[in-house]
Design a protein around this ligand. Structure first.
Ligand SMILES: C[S@@+](CC[C@H](N)C(=O)[O-])C[C@H]1O[C@@H](n2cnc3c(N)ncnc32)[C@H](O)[C@@H]1O
Length: 221
């Protein structure tokens, strides 16, 4: 899968070169390209934002640099073009699976007061929010989306790690333990040390159900 991220702050994306996503890119499993919107401005002072018509606080990102960038990256509109926005559909696991159907995603990061509405009207397929709060920019949301989509791309994470995870089967995951057997007076549940895999599976399932009922009863519906 290819993911193009359009931003005015490309330096923020070094996090994507680390750990599992960094390795996935080196191995060619995912192709993440961070694109500086400023490279596409036709303004001789490289300006990419301006005051809002009608007045009000803050700056608005201008349409021309963003439009030119999207047209250059996706001339035939084959990619799914997404604007990271608090006004969008809130991201959830099913949405992640839907996005995996696309071979190419373009993620537009707003900043300041956001982007000129004409960019959204002309170039964007959908808007996605990462939650009901407002961040300073779309860069962190784009990284969140890139991370949760990428881990389901074949070969990025071993398939067994994706089984029983929170939100698979509409359940939260059971508690996990590692060594030592005892830590500050708390011991690992006996059943996990029993070697009886049927019993372990049963215990985990019960824990998942109980945890989900307690913390996220909405998922059980
Ligand atoms: C300060 S916000 C603009 C908020 C906008 N004025 C509003 O009230 O809806 C700047 C940019 O951050 C991004 N952003 C902020 N919160 C977000 C969220 N919860 N999910 C996704 N993107 C978000 C968007 O790209 C947005 O254009």
């Amino acid at each position: 899968m290819r993911i193009d991220i359009l931003t005015l702050f490309p330096e923020m994306f070094s996090a994507l070169s680390e750990s599992i996503l960094g390795r996935a890119q080196k191995d060619g499993k995912i192709d993440v390209r961070v694109v500086n919107i400023r490279d596409y401005t036709q303004d001789k002072h490289l300006k990419c934002d301006d005051y809002p018509f009608g007045g009000g606080a803050g700056m608005v990102m201008m349409p021309q640099p963003i439009g030119s960038a999207i047209e250059a990256l996706d001339p035939e509109h084959k990619a799914r073009r997404i604007y990271m926005s608090p006004k969008g559909e809130t991201l959830h696991q099913q949405k992640v699976f839907q996005l995996l159907e696309y071979e190419h995603l373009i993620l537009l990061c707003g900043h300041y007061e956001g982007v000129d509405q004409r960019v959204i009207d002309l170039f964007i397929d959908e808007k996605i929010s990462i939650g009901d709060y407002v961040l300073t920019g779309g860069e962190l949301p784009a990284m969140v989306l890139t991370d949760c989509v990428s881990r389901y791309v074949d070969g990025v994470i071993s398939a067994s790690s994706l089984v029983d995870e929170s939100f698979s089967d509409n359940l939260l995951e059971y508690p996990q333990y590692t060594r030592p057997q005892e830590y500050k007076g708390l011991t690992v549940p006996e059943v996990l040390r029993s070697g009886n895999h049927a019993k372990i599976d049963e215990w985990r399932r019960e824990q998942s159900l109980a945890l989900t009922a307690k913390r996220r009863p909405d998922l059980l519906k």
